[in-house]
Design a protein around this ligand. Structure first.
Ligand SMILES: *Cc1c(COP(=O)(O)O)cnc(C)c1O
Length: 466
């Protein structure tokens, strides 16, 4: 009791810490207010430790604790991580990583003023859509194009403009929930149009649509069931058939494709993902899709279609509420230019991951394993599967080689291991399958290989040394 009391009396005051050389420096780097707060916390922690029997820490130790508190507090809340899950497009992890060109475009455009809505030739007001509409027309064959801040906004804008107070016919097999609360029936209600469901969950044919048409019908809507599969006894109606029916009656066909796949996915050993250019060629009047799913760009909504329809959308008051910002536009233009130059597979990260060669993935997993084994870690590699994720190509798998850490060879339970990998300053997100922790090189950027090895050593070997 006596000793504890003496030790407590040895603790410096906040003011004494502020007057040290390091204290002054911390004040200058992080502000006086934040430094005072950190000193208070450090002193309070020391008081608790002393009461529990510890000796009074040195000034150096207190200053060190305060510095660490300040550094942790000032770390960005939104920050990069390493995705070792093997799920290429994951909404929780920010969907598509951007290409080098897209990042550079954001940097250039974000740093100063731009011609966002300014015609340089005439010196007059211009349209922000002009920066990408030409490219989108060229890549999809559309007459016109428009962009919004995401595809949910694109769907809301389109339905609000084209079907307010009128009926929209949709198959029961397409009344889907995309995730994150985006349910097609809810969006339709929010858009002020009336939902007319036709067919059954597994089968809808053109006669079902035809029988549902009334004076009140505005459009036929097709929604790509992008995150689930219905297999077995199924039938759905092609865009071509919908367009033929709709156009005979002076109605419109809208196709919500979701992913925005501009490359033929069949070439990569995957099922065929419907493409905007096909949908337009088949007669759809409006097609919308995301910028950050298989397109591999920034979060955006893209609407392509007939000029008369796109013009109506552009004039709707909601357009202002859902408009895209300049940094997104810069990244989107740069991403689309990769497609224009035929460089999507080599330059867009999502497509690089999809097209990664099996031998290359095996080589990287083996490299991780070899590095870890030289530090006495017991690991193995095994064949596995990566997935596309993010509401694209459900059920489709790409063969890969995984690094596996078996539960019985690790110094802690796997969920604790996974947690420690996640709370590093550069987090590593993995997946657990039964009694193994798995890391897939497909979604880890090549330049992150050393960091993966480093992180595993820190967490596994580091815990043994302590
Ligand atoms: C993902 C998806 C959306 C929503 O797109 P966001 O860009 O996430 O807003 C809408 N419809 C379909 C079919 C989708 O797959």
């Amino acid at each position: 009791m006596m000793i504890e009391h003496e030790q407590l009396r040895l603790l410096p005051s906040v003011d004494e810490l502020l007057h040290t050389v390091i204290g002054q420096q911390l004040g200058a780097d992080f502000s006086r207010a934040l430094t005072v707060e950190a000193f208070r916390t450090a002193i309070a922690q020391a008081r608790i430790a002393i009461r529990a029997g510890a000796a009074c820490p040195t000034y150096e130790a207190l200053l060190h604790t305060a510095r660490e508190l300040l550094q942790r507090q000032q770390r960005p809340h939104l920050r990069p991580l390493i995705n070792a899950t093997g799920v290429i497009i994951n909404t929780n992890l920010g969907r598509a990583p951007l290409s080098v060109d897209a990042l550079e475009a954001v940097r250039q455009v974000g740093a100063g003023y731009t011609n966002l809505e300014y015609e340089l030739e005439e010196g007059e007001r211009g349209s922000r859509h002009s920066h990408v509409s030409g490219l989108l027309r060229k890549l999809t064959g559309a007459e016109a194009a428009l962009v919004t801040n995401n595809n949910a906004a694109a769907v809301l804008l389109s339905l609000s403009t084209l079907a307010l107070g009128r009926e929209v016919v949709i198959s029961r097999g397409q009344l889907v929930e995309i995730g994150g609360g985006f349910r097609v029936p809810d969006v339709m209600r929010q858009s002020g149009c009336q939902l007319v469901e036709v067919g059954t969950t597994n089968r809808t044919n053109i006669r079902d649509y035809e029988a549902a048409l009334t004076e009140q019908t505005a459009l036929l809507l097709s929604v790509h069931p992008s995150n689930f599969l219905i297999t077995g006894f199924t039938e759905s109606t092609s865009i071509g058939a919908l367009a033929e029916l709709a156009h005979k009656r002076n109605l419109l066909v809208m196709d919500d494709l979701g992913s925005g796949c501009l490359l033929e996915s069949g070439r990569y050993g995957l099922a065929h993902e419907p493409m905007p250019q096909e949908s337009l060629a088949a007669g759809a009047d409006v097609v919308c899709f995301s910028g950050d799913k298989l397109l591999g760009g920034p979060q955006a909504g893209i609407i392509v279609g007939r000029s008369a329809v796109i013009e109506r959308l552009a004039k709707h008051p909601l357009m202002r509420a859902v408009r895209i910002d300049k940094m997104t536009l810069a990244a989107l233009e740069a991403t689309l230019r990769h497609y224009e130059r035929g460089q999507a597979e080599t330059h867009i990260p999502v497509w690089r991951m999809i097209s990664a060669r099996a031998e290359e993935l095996a080589r990287r997993a083996e490299y991780w394993a070899t590095q870890l084994k030289t530090h006495e870690m017991v690991v193995r590699t095994l064949g596995g599967e990566s997935t596309i994720g993010g509401g694209s190509l459900p059920g489709e798998k790409l063969p890969t080689t995984l690094l596996a850490l078996d539960a019985d060879k690790m110094p802690m339970p796997l969920d604790e291991l996974a947690r420690r990998l996640r709370v590093r300053s550069l987090p590593i997100v993995t997946r657990i399958s039964r009694d193994t922790l798995l890391l897939d090189p497909r979604t880890v950027l090549k330049e992150q290989d050393e960091e993966v090895v480093q992180g595993l050593l820190e967490v596994v070997v580091g815990s043994l040394e302590k």
